[in-house]
Design a protein around this ligand. Structure first.
Ligand code: PRP
Length: 184
């Protein structure tokens, strides 16, 4: 039976099984790239927390884990363009090979800002990994090094992604019913 929360979902876009299979492939690709090195997985909260947990477990490298929390949507469906750091890095990243882990690359504002920010903090290299890529909405010249799935310009939630902080705990990626956020 569908939960009350799931009644707001128009359709399942990516199933749990498809997510796990693809994340396994991403983990292998990262293992190949970083074998013999010790990268720092850097999750961009909040959206990435579920993906991050599965990705690090699919990649058997000696590595470290760190988080930064930023937001730019402030409960809106379109990025404000201003990226706000809500919780900063808790360690020195100078000289480190970073694997930035995002749930979605949309306008590119967040990752463009973070890439510059981490370079000014002395990162040795930056590899961008995003679970979802929505290239149709890109306004910044930024591309992921590894992307799980290309998604259409629909409002997607679940597996860490929210609308007004809800739906992050849905285990798959779903498209939200337009009446939930109001048609533009
Ligand atoms: C979402 C998502 C990415 C960003 C992507 O974060 O987690 O960080 O938007 O969009 P962009 O490419 O247009 O910048 P949000 O600001 O909603 O915060 P959250 O991760 O806490 O949900």
């Amino acid at each position: 039976m569908r939960s009350e929360m799931e009644q707001d979902i128009l359709k399942v876009l990516i199933t749990e099984e498809a997510l796990q299979k693809r994340i396994g492939e991403l983990g292998e690709a990262l293992y190949e790239k970083f074998q013999g090195r010790r990268p720092l997985f850097l999750g961009v909260l909040k959206g990435s927390f579920v993906f991050m947990a599965d990705l690090v477990r699919s990649c058997p490298l000696k590595s470290d884990v760190e988080f930064i929390a930023v937001s730019s949507y402030e409960n809106a469906t379109v990025s404000s363009g201003r990226v706000k750091i809500n919780h900063d890095l808790q360690q020195d990243i100078s000289g480190r090979d970073l694997i930035i882990v995002e749930d979605i690359l949309d306008s590119g504002n967040t990752l463009a800002f973070l890439k510059d920010y981490f370079l000014t903090k002395g990162a040795a290299s930056i590899t961008l990994v995003t679970l979802l890529d929505k290239p149709s909405r890109r306004t910044k010249a930024i591309a992921a090094d590894f992307a799980g799935f290309q998604v259409p310009d629909e409002f997607v939630v679940g597996y860490g992604l929210d609308y007004c902080q809800e739906y992050r705990n849905i285990p798959y990626i779903g498209i939200l019913k337009p009446e939930v956020y109001g048609t533009p």
